[in-house]
Design a protein around this ligand. Structure first.
Ligand SMILES: Nc1ncnc2c(CN3C[C@H](CSc4cnccn4)[C@@H](O)C3)c[nH]c12
Length: 229
């Protein structure tokens, strides 16, 4: 029986998801809250990890190991790199990397540590379902590379480094952690983000203005995808 984990990093990213469900059971664990719902006969666990790769890894692993979820979906916002991505637009990750993982001093490429890989690919099956849903709902979605790091990017220099080093289309602070955890635990996963800013000089202003509306864009699309699982 499928049990689905739906994750965000910030409360604003999962609040629009929780709004779709009633009869929510709250489980407190490891200084966090996990929201259990039953939706059309499917068990779902929803949580926001808190910001950054460490919290995201803890929540992803908890949803799999403690709550026994066998599919993990991430919904949230991101900084746009690809110029095709305007604020509010949706991106599905085909692969993710860690732009701040750096042992280049030892001759390794950016984003690589021994035993790992620069990129981790998401579930092709889940991406296909998502693209079908986008077509049915005439949603404009791009598929691309998402770069993750433990910093809010708000400078063209850092944004350009991430783009040129990883050919990334968008950036955020949690997705690649979810990717490593799910890949290591053999759980199919899917990362969806809506653009909240352009990760350069004005990013913090745009982020504050568009966080809520972009999080709703991502959540509304995610609910349509869950309906198809
Ligand atoms: N430019 C960007 N760089 C890095 N990440 C992002 C994101 C995605 N999320 C939003 C949030 C920013 S930090 C945060 C901290 N306090 C309040 C609000 N956000 C973090 O969870 C990553 C959107 N735009 C980004």
């Amino acid at each position: 029986m499928t049990k689905i984990a739906i994750m965000g990093a910030m409360e604003e990213e999962i609040e629009p998801l929780l709004a779709h469900f009633d009869n929510v059971n709250i489980v407190e664990f490891a200084n966090n809250k996990y929201y259990e719902v039953s939706y059309k006969g499917v068990e779902i666990v929803i949580a926001y990890s808190k910001i950054g790769k460490v919290f995201a890894s803890l929540t992803a692993a908890t949803m799999i190991e403690k709550f026994e979820c066998d599919t993990l979906l991430f919904s949230g916002v991101a900084g746009g790199i690809n110029p095709k991505l305007k604020i509010g637009d949706l991106i599905i990750a085909d692969k993710l990397c860690q732009h701040d993982l750096d042992i280049t001093a030892f001759g390794h490429p950016n984003g690589f540590v021994p035993g790992g890989s620069v990129f981790v690919e998401t579930s092709e099956k889940l991406r296909t379902i998502a693209k079908d849903v986008a077509k049915e709902n005439e949603l404009n979605v791009i598929e691309g590379t998402i770069a993750t790091g433990d910093q809010f990017v708000h400078s063209s220099e850092r944004k350009d480094f991430i783009e040129s080093t990883f050919k990334a289309d968008a950036l955020e602070m949690e997705g690649a952690s979810v990717a490593v955890v799910c890949d290591s635990l053999n759980v199919p996963f899917f990362v969806l983000r809506a653009i909240s800013d352009s990760a350069d000089g004005g990013a913090d202003i745009d982020f504050d203005e568009f966080l809520k509306s972009s999080a709703i864009n991502s959540a509304n699309y995610m609910i349509k995808i869950v309906d198809k699982l």
